[in-house]
Ligand binder design. Structure first.
Ligand SMILES: Nc1ncnc2c1ncn2[C@@H]1O[C@H](COP(=O)(O)OP(=O)(O)OP(=O)(O)O)[C@@H](O)[C@H]1O
Ligand SMILES: [Mg+2]
Length: 464
């Protein structure tokens, strides 16, 4: 049986001592205490696998202790013991998360047997989780990097939902890694040896999107010279990843809803339905809940897709991930570009940590790639970073101080960020910025303000 760290809480000291002794003989690391308050203090200091707790205690009672433990999400298994045969509280305890209960007097052998059972169960769960982590790291070529608490939580969600057949909605700003998550879910699912078919709903015109998804018969519409199997059927028994689902037009949404509910589709130009067993992962960078409130997204489809939501937090909310991501990208581009770069200088890292990353991981990836292309040294320096980042490094002494240059600088930085968001699409960027395409070009063509001086660009800041 695995050795475990066990905490015994019982106010009857002789009993507590005997129980601790019995468990130590079984090879466990055991600590005993007489109050729940003490127990919580111990739990805050070091990890335990299992606790055995009396229900009636002076001060905080066993049920309140359970509530506190549940709140701390310690992954602790709790066995309740009670002298009073008080079944009602025992039931309450199990509801609160206790794995088992025993009434005093009980046979130590019985307790040991139960402990062993719970510990084996725990060990099995842990080894399963470790195995999946390993799979996630090994089989994901563009692996899923990050160890901030927020990313650990995402990993945990992926691990839990992947083996089910539930649809998953992956939300998050552009460039946060939604597609990375979708791949990981598919890879860890039972469908991993079947296809993962990806469709970007924002990239295709409505009519084309429909025939891509559902297929069509020969002659179904002008241009349909031969019949075509849709992506729903291509993903049969596998996974369909609907990227940017928010961009899907309403009539198509209702067709998708039917396909999801009935697990069958009707190709365009035909009347017979065809079975398609597809697990759907959908991604969105817009607020689908709001869209469904506004009638732009069908409620029923939203609820069908949102059975399980994984939200990818923006990079600025998990800056701890920046150093590991940087290392990951430096290693990857070193291989791809056949360069020997070992890392980034402290100065460059300080800038990378300070920048708010509106384009998230994709923007970071692009910044590192650019710096890697430009570098001749073995460490990336601030010089190779994009201008919007370098501006952060310039101390106040080197910064232009006159208002026009400062405004111009801010304008350029903002335009740069919006361009990253739109994947350098200037038409989209101009729309987001609320200016015409030609004024966007004009703004980009003007020279940048000189550090410290009022350069030739100084008189352009007021113009739109
Ligand atoms: N945690 C991560 N570890 C390693 N690479 C990552 C991670 N997150 C994102 N990336 C990389 O960043 C880039 C953007 O990720 P991805 O395409 O998954 O984002 P997205 O949220 O789908 O963006 P969009 O909304 O624009 O489609 C990809 O090249 C991806 O490999
Ligand atoms: Mg994407």
């Amino acid at each position: 049986m695995p050795q475990a760290r066990i905490l015994v809480i019982d106010d009857e000291q002789p009993f507590c001592d005997v129980l601790c002794g019995v468990l130590r003989k079984q090879g466990h690391l055991v600590e005993g205490t007489e109050t729940a308050e003490n127990a919580l203090a111990l739990l805050d200091r070091r990890p335990f696998d299992l606790a055995i707790c009396d229900l009636r205690l002076p001060g905080m009672n066993g049920l309140d202790f359970l509530r506190q433990v549940a709140e701390r999400k310690l992954g602790l298994q709790l066995i309740i013991i009670t002298a009073y045969g008080d079944i009602e509280s025992a039931v309450e305890a199990v509801k609160l998360g206790a794995v088992d209960y025993l009434t005093k007097p009980f046979l130590f052998d019985d307790l040991i047997l139960r402990i062993d059972r719970h510990l084996s169960h725990l060990a099995l769960e842990q080894s399963h989780a470790a195995l999946q982590d390993e799979l996630l790291a090994r089989y994901e070529p563009r692996s899923f990097v990050g160890n901030s608490p927020k990313i650990m939580r995402v990993r945990d969600l992926i691990r839990r939902v992947a083996p089910t057949t539930s649809n998953v909605l992956i939300s998050g700003e552009s460039g946060t890694g939604k597609e990375v998550v979708a791949r990981a879910v598919h890879r860890l699912s039972e469908r991993h040896d079947r296809r993962l078919v990806t469709v970007n709903c924002a990239a295709l015109p409505d009519t084309l999107l429909e025939s891509e998804l559902f297929g069509h018969s020969k002659g179904a519409f002008t241009g349909a010279v031969r019949s075509k199997e849709g992506l729903f059927l291509a993903a049969d028994a596998g996974t369909l990843f609907l990227d940017e689902i928010g961009a899907m037009p309403l009539p198509l949404q209702s067709k998708i809803l039917r396909a999801v509910e009935a697990k069958e589709i009707v190709p365009i130009g035909t009347t017979a339905s065809v079975k398609a067993d597809v697990r759907i992962l959908a991604a969105t960078s817009t607020d689908l809940a709001a869209a469904s409130r506004e009638g732009k997204f069908i409620d029923a489809l939203y609820y069908r897709l949102n059975v399980f939501e994984i939200h990818m937090p923006p990079l600025r909310e998990r800056k701890e991930d920046i150093p590991v991501l940087v290392t990951h990208f430096v290693e990857r581009f070193s291989q791809e570009l056949k360069k020997r770069v070992l890392g980034v200088t402290d100065e460059a890292m300080a800038i990378l940590m300070a920048y708010p990353w509106p384009g998230n991981v994709r923007e970071l990836e692009n910044a590192i790639e650019r710096a890697m292309i430009l570098t001749d040294g073995d460490h990336l320096t601030p010089d190779g970073l994009p201008h919007s980042l370098q501006a952060l490094a310039a101390g106040p002494a080197e910064r232009p101080l006159d208002l026009r240059s400062v405004l111009r600088r801010a304008e350029l930085d903002h335009i740069g960020a919006v361009l990253v968001l739109t994947g350098q699409d200037k038409v989209k960027a101009a729309k987001m910025l609320g200016i015409s395409l030609s004024s966007l070009y004009r703004k980009l063509e003007q020279p940048e303000p000189e550090p410290g001086g009022d350069g030739p660009a100084a008189d352009s800041a007021g113009e739109t």
